[in-house]
Design a binder for this molecule. Structure first.
Ligand SMILES: C[S@@+](CC[C@H](N)C(=O)[O-])C[C@H]1O[C@@H](n2cnc3c(N)ncnc32)[C@H](O)[C@@H]1O
Length: 251
C-alpha cells in the first residue's frame, strides 16, 4: 500500500470516530474536566496571554476552543473532514474565533509562525513523527514551545510484558463497569492501523526526548501524574500502566 492509501485509511478511521469523540469532548466541556485542563494549560503557558497557538490534530476542537476562550489566537488543524466539521461546530457553539483547517499534519506548511504548537493524543498516530517534529521546529517562533500530551497507548500491541499488564487491567476495568468508547470492530481496526505506525514500537516519552534533542529543541521537560484528575474509576484501572505524559520543549 502507498503512503497516500495509508493516509486515506487513517482519515476514514477518524471520520468514523468523529461522532463518538464529539460526545466525549461534549462531556469534557460540561464537567470539571474542562477546569482541570484549563488549569493544566494555564500552568504550562505560565498565564501568558494572546499567544499564537497551533492545535494539531484538533479532533472536535476541545483544546482549540479552550485555548481560544483563554484569550489566545488559535489555528486548529486535522486531516479528517468529519472531525473538522465537529471542530467548526464547537467553535461556533462556544462563540470562538478559531481558524480551522482541514490538512494533514505532515503536509501542513505555512509562512506563519507560532508561539506554541500543541497536541493531545495525536502523536501516537503519526505515520511520520520525525517529519512532524521537524516541521514544528521550523514553524515555531524563537523560544516558541511544543507541548505534546500523549501516552504509550499501543505499546501493548508490540511488547508482550505490556500486553500482559494491559490484559489484566482491561479485565479489572470491565469488572468495574468500564464501557469502551468505540465498538469492538472499530477498536480492532484501530489496533490494526496502530501496527502500521512507528510509535507503537517505541517507549515514550524517552523516544521523543532523544528525537526532539536531535532535531534541535532545548529545555525538554516531561511531566506526568495529571491524568487521574479527569479519569473515571474504570479509566484509572484501564490506563494504570500507560499514564499520560506531557512533553514541553523549546526551540
Ligand atoms: C484521538 S483524536 C484526538 C483529538 C483531539 N486532539 C482531542 O484530544 O480531543 C486524534 C486526532 O488526530 C487526527 N490526526 C491523526 N493523524 C493526523 C494527521 N496525520 N494529520 C492531521 N490530523 C491527524 C485525527 O483525525 C483525530 O482527530
Amino acid at each position: 500500500m502507498t503512503e497516500h492509501q495509508f493516509a486515506q485509511q487513517y482519515r476514514d478511521y477518524w471520520d468514523k470516530g468523529a461522532a463518538v469523540y464529539d460526545e466525549i469532548v461534549d462531556t469534557e466541556f460540561e464537567t470539571d474536566t474542562y477546569d482541570h485542563w484549563k488549569t493544566i494549560l494555564n500552568n504550562l503557558l505560565s498565564g501568558k496571554q494572546n499567544l499564537k497557538i497551533l492545535d494539531v490534530g484538533t479532533g472536535p476542537g476541545f483544546f482549540g476552543v479552550l485555548l481560544s476562550r483563554m484569550g489566545h489566537q488559535v489555528t486548529a488543524i486535522d486531516s479528517s473532514p468529519e472531525m473538522i466539521a465537529k471542530a467548526k461546530k464547537n467553535a461556533e457553539k462556544y462563540n470562538c474565533n478559531i481558524k480551522v483547517i482541514e490538512t494533514d499534519i505532515i503536509e501542513y506548511k505555512t509562512e506563519k509562525t507560532f508561539d506554541i504548537i500543541i497536541s493531545r493524543n495525536v502523536t501516537w498516530f503519526l505515520y511520520n513523527p520525525v517529519a512532524a517534529y521537524q516541521n514544528w521546529h521550523r514553524m515555531l517562533n524563537d523560544e516558541g514551545q511544543v507541548i505534546v500530551f500523549d501516552a504509550n497507548w499501543n505499546l501493548f500491541l508490540s511488547n508482550p510484558q505490556e500486553a500482559a499488564l494491559y490484559r489484566q487491567a482491561k479485565k479489572e476495568a470491565f469488572e468495574q463497569g468500564f464501557l469502551p468508547y468505540r465498538e469492538e470492530k472499530d477498536i480492532e481496526e484501530g489496533d490494526q492501523l496502530a501496527l502500521t505506525l512507528p510509535l507503537t514500537y517505541v517507549r515514550r516519552p524517552e523516544w521523543d526526548r532523544e528525537m526532539l534533542k536531535f532535531i534541535g529543541f532545548s529545555k525538554i521537560q516531561v511531566h506526568e501524574g495529571f491524568d487521574s484528575n479527569f479519569y473515571s474509576t474504570g479509566e484509572k484501572i484501564l490506563n494504570r500502566h500507560r499514564p499520560m505524559f506531557v512533553i514541553v520543549a523549546e526551540k
